[in-house]
Design a protein around this ligand. Sequence first.
Ligand code: TXA
Ligand code: MG
Length: 327
Amino acid sequence: MNTYSSTKILSADESGITEAAEMLRTGDLVAFPTETVYGLGGDATNGRAVAGIFAAKGRPNFNPLIIHVADTEAAWRYVEPTEQAAQLAAAFWPGALTMVLPRKSNCPVSELVSAGLDTLAVRVPSHPIARQLLRKVDLPIAAPSANRSGRISPTKAVHVKAELSNLIAAILDGGDCGLGLESTVLGFTDHGPVILRPGGVTAEEINAVTPLAEQSHIQNDNKPTSPGQLSAHYAPSKPLRLNATEWQLNEGLLAFGQVTHDGPLQNLSSDEDLLEAAANLYHMLRTLDASAAETLAAMPIPDTGIGVAINDRLRRAAHDSENDKDT
Ligand code: TXA
Ligand code: MG
């Protein structure tokens, strides 16, 4: 594995973005901000760079990665859009939607990115720094979340630094990620699109553009699975109890709403605002994990809108298997 004597922290100005783009073009790994979480970027057409991403994350198996491109036109250079995909791109790109589509026959993206599948996940991020970087580098950039395998996704440059120092060439510091939760991953079946991973764009929002396949249809179908979907992810090191309505002093409480607790407390949103809760989720899990709390407890979160994605991540964070933490 490549190691670096130091990881450069680049400020997200013209010269920092130019330097980051040059590093990516020469096959180095650079973490960069997106509107969801920080990504660990590498040139998707360079097999060595892609292998380096898996090594730096310590990902035990080759889960497929998302490529990031500057605009929709660039996305269609690498994958074949279906009609629904084109509609969804028009509605949600740039933004927190990832679409899994068939690779074009002449697709120059390393097969390692697709982990042997004939599909490729693509996304056009909306973060202005990510967009400037992608425009400058003019290559598809493979980027999983910039955390070590099985750990909580980073929403600040310092989170990336804490886990990937000396394993990547640079971190482009663009401050906090606005959304704080990964993109929605969408696959396509004969019956329509299916959500493989809930995220920043909600099922309601997608349904308003083109109907999602009905669950009953998918069950009879060969449901395309997102390899990352079944595993334990986003995990703090302390055990996490879900749907807590009462709590002990030695528990770190991840609260939602008006709450008091004499032990370690992080409130996702005292106003019960789900968007605020999504933005706070990962750094508050980190803070509680680093606190004096022996174990963690999370209050119930409404399972609507982006709450579906928050609950998905909380369930994975509470998963106790150490075997397959791989995102
Ligand atoms: O918001 C995000 O999506 C962030 C930022 C950096 O863009 N990236 C991210 O990447 O979360 P990662 O690698 O942590 O998660 C990618 C997800 C995994 O669940 C993976 O299994 C799924 O996308 N995926 C990627 N390619 C796929 C494919 N060809 N078929 C099915 N699922 C795929
Ligand atoms: Mg991840």
